[in-house]
Design a binder for this molecule. Structure first.
Ligand SMILES: Nc1ncnc2c1ncn2[C@@H]1O[C@H](COP(=O)(O)OP(=O)(O)O)[C@@H](O)[C@H]1O
Ligand SMILES: O=P(O)(O)OC[C@H](O)CO
Length: 500
């Protein structure tokens, strides 16, 4: 049977998706399902890794059932995932020893403080391109080994495996035969040396994580193994690509040349700029990370990671119950011309780039008796744009490149009011592509290239199509005044949490 499709599995922070792409990069069908967010304590976030697997498997089954597509028609599968989220499981049984600790979780703040007190900050920074922050996998793995009864002993005997969600899904899809990750995901663990391309012994010793737990690190576009036929609807389909979701979005946006950048607005917001073979050492609070490994080489990116973006809109919906659905935010924000001086700093999980304050917490400031629901909703939306401006400023300063336009993607870019405000507050036009599911598209491209379904990145780059350009309409003076207010608001949220 001829191979007509590539399937992308997008294992995000709040939902699992399975998407079929045809040869012309069109989305044929999507199946998506949310899974449980577990908040055991303030600042802690967990996922049940078994639930993630069953949710992911469920959406694959749903996609095939609703399209009538046979697994045999799928040329390859590409995996993309929420990065850093850490699961440790038993090699023999496949049973996780603890819930997956999510990238947003702050429980390892004290471990990070201790690493800093031991003078290890610079070694981590130089070797991994990251900062010592609870965000990354290394301290999460250490926490599990330190806190789950018997875990360290088993790990030392080689009985436990570590993985981010790409590794977990590949292991599950191959019925426990393949334990791998790709360069982009490895570069988010705080354990991988991005210069020498190897798990770093000094860092592993500092974290007390045995190397035997770690997956083999592979290129982002390569056949890692095939799905277990019995499990996968009768067919052994090649799993041929994997990348962290933000790097996959960079790939899907066809940012293949140094200097090209994109910003993805999902749960968080992540701006990445391709820097090619060069590793930029950020002086402005950004991360250096691996974009992907492909065509026999590794390419790098500068990254500005914003922890809470669309999640602030979800909080308006689920926490405050101010809106019924995320798109309603546009309607309510549009009822007012501005926030009337109200700012929301959604530092629910501390602040990432460029501030890196694990103890920051959310704040709403500038409230008056005249503040309405519309002002608060608008302030939440505007916070996505202000945080992006913080990061773009750092990126331009680090790279010495002035962006002519910002390519955007992710669920929240459907919001036209947000996109217009983004262009206005950046003073740079914002380009929204026709396909905003670029994360999944990037994973599909990586997997399709590996099996010859598509021939080259150049062929794929030609497919990128603009949906809408949002031009700058705001005057410079107003922009400066609004942004000045944001900077003041941020200082109010910083260093707030006093207990770990
Ligand atoms: N129209 C909208 N306006 C603002 N935010 C939105 C809108 N639609 C979706 N979102 C937000 O975007 C996020 C979903 O985007 P998605 O790319 O699916 O994220 P993820 O992959 O992180 O789960 C949610 O946090 C949601 O609140
Ligand atoms: O699930 P997303 O799309 O918000 O992405 C999460 C990031 O990969 C965290 O680093």
């Amino acid at each position: 049977m001829s191979k007509k499709y590539v399937m992308a599995l997008d294992q995000g922070t709040t939902s699992c998706r399975a998407i079929l792409f045809d040869k012309d990069s069109n989305i044929v069908a999507v199946a998506q399902k949310e899974f449980t967010q577990i908040y055991p304590k303030a600042g802690w976030v967990e996922h049940n890794a078994d639930e993630i697997w069953s949710t992911q498997y469920g959406v694959i089954a749903e996609l095939l059932a609703k399209t009538g597509v046979s697994a045999e028609e799928i040329a390859s599968i590409g995996i993309t995932n929420q990065r850093e989220t850490t699961v440790v499981w038993e090699k023999a049984t496949g049973k996780p020893v603890y819930n997956a600790i999510v990238w947003q979780c702050r429980r390892t703040t004290a471990i990070c403080d201790e690493l800093k007190a031991r003078g290890l900050e610079q070694a981590f920074r130089t070797k991994t391109g990251l900062v010592v922050d609870a965000y990354f996998s290394g301290t999460k793995a250490k926490w599990i080994l330190d806190n789950v009864e018997g875990a360290r002993e088993k790990a030392e005997k080689g009985e436990l495996l570590f993985g981010t969600m790409d590794t977990w899904l590949i292991w599950k899809l191959t019925a426990g035969k393949v334990h791998v990750t790709d360069y982009s995901n490895a570069s988010r663990t705080l354990m991988y040396n991005i210069r020498e391309l190897k798990w770093d012994e000094e860092l592993l010793a500092a974290l007390n994580v045995p190397a035997s737990m770690l997956p083999e690190v592979k290129p982002s576009s390569e056949v890692y193994g095939c799905t277990d036929a019995e499990l996968f609807f009768g067919h052994a389909v090649p799993i041929a690509g994997a990348a962290g979701d933000q790097q996959a979005a960079l790939f899907g946006q066809a940012c293949y040349a140094p200097g090209m950048a994109k910003n993805t607005y999902g749960t968080g917001c992540f701006m990445l700029m391709n820097t090619g073979s060069e590793l930029y050492d950020s002086k402005n609070g950004l991360l250096t990370t691996i974009a992907w490994g492909i065509e026999g080489k590794v390419e790098y990116a500068l990254e500005g990671s914003i922890f809470i973006a669309g999640a602030a809109i979800q909080w308006l919906r689920d926490g405050l119950k101010l809106i019924e659905a995320a798109p309603d935010s546009e309607y309510f924000a549009g009822k007012v011309d501005d926030t009337d001086g109200v700012y929301m700093v959604p530092a629910f999980a501390g602040l990432g780039a460029p501030y890196w304050d694990m103890r920051a917490r959310g704040a709403i400031v500038g409230l008056t008796r005249g503040t309405t629901k519309a002002h608060i909703v608008r302030a939440a939306l505007e916070a996505l744009a202000y945080q992006t401006k913080d990061v773009l400023g750092a990126m331009e300063a680090d790279s010495n490149i002035k962006l002519q336009a910002l390519k955007v993607d992710g669920g929240a870019v459907a919001n036209n009011l947000l996109m217009q405000f983004q262009a206005d507050i950046l003073g740079v036009p914002v380009d929204r592509p026709r396909i905003i599911e670029t994360t999944a598209l990037g994973a599909a491209y990586l997997a399709g290239l590996a099996v010859g379904f598509w021939s080259s990145k150049e062929e794929l780059a030609k497919r990128w199509q603009l949906d809408n350009r949002f031009e700058v309409e705001m005057a410079e003076e107003k922009r400066a005044k609004l942004y000045g207010g944001w900077k003041r608001a941020v200082t109010r949220s910083m260093d707030w949490e006093t207990e770990d």
